[in-house]
Write a new protein. Structure first.
Length: 130
């Protein structure tokens, strides 16, 4: 299997879409393939290995999570590999779940360019409503 071109820690972070700290502290312990030079301790990654690892360890799309920060619930979820985060603005878990579902629906609608119909909008062929 080809390894692909070598990547630095910053290159891997950019490829995955996270910070170098996350790569070092979270992803390497989870098994992200890498090599370490003895003398300098520098980490080397190979592109094809990283991409294969990402595909096999991919988070489930549309995975939704609620976290409480202070007294307010926050929603964090991924859509097409992009992390979306937003405050629900409420301290009630049930309300936060409802708001979270609405946020997820909005992101999905934006993804597929679905526009909500405005009942006040008229068609060019129909006479204006008085």
């Amino acid at each position: 299997m080809p390894l692909g071109p070598p990547l630095t820690l910053r290159d891997v972070a950019a490829t995955i879409g996270c910070s170098p700290w996350t790569v070092r502290q979270t992803l390497i312990p989870r098994g992200l393939p890498h090599f370490r030079f003895r003398a300098s301790g520098r980490l080397i990654f190979y592109r094809d290995q990283v991409i294969r690892w990402m595909r096999t360890n991919k988070k489930e799309e549309n995975q939704v999570s609620l976290f409480k920060r202070g007294s307010v619930w926050w929603s964090y979820f991924y859509e097409d590999g992009i992390r979306h985060q937003s405050s629900t603005g409420t301290s009630n878990r049930k309300q936060a779940e409802t708001i979270e579902a609405r946020l997820k629906e909005e992101v999905t609608n934006q993804r597929f360019r679905i526009v909500k119909a405005d009942p006040a909008m008229t068609s060019a062929n129909s006479p204006p409503v008085s």
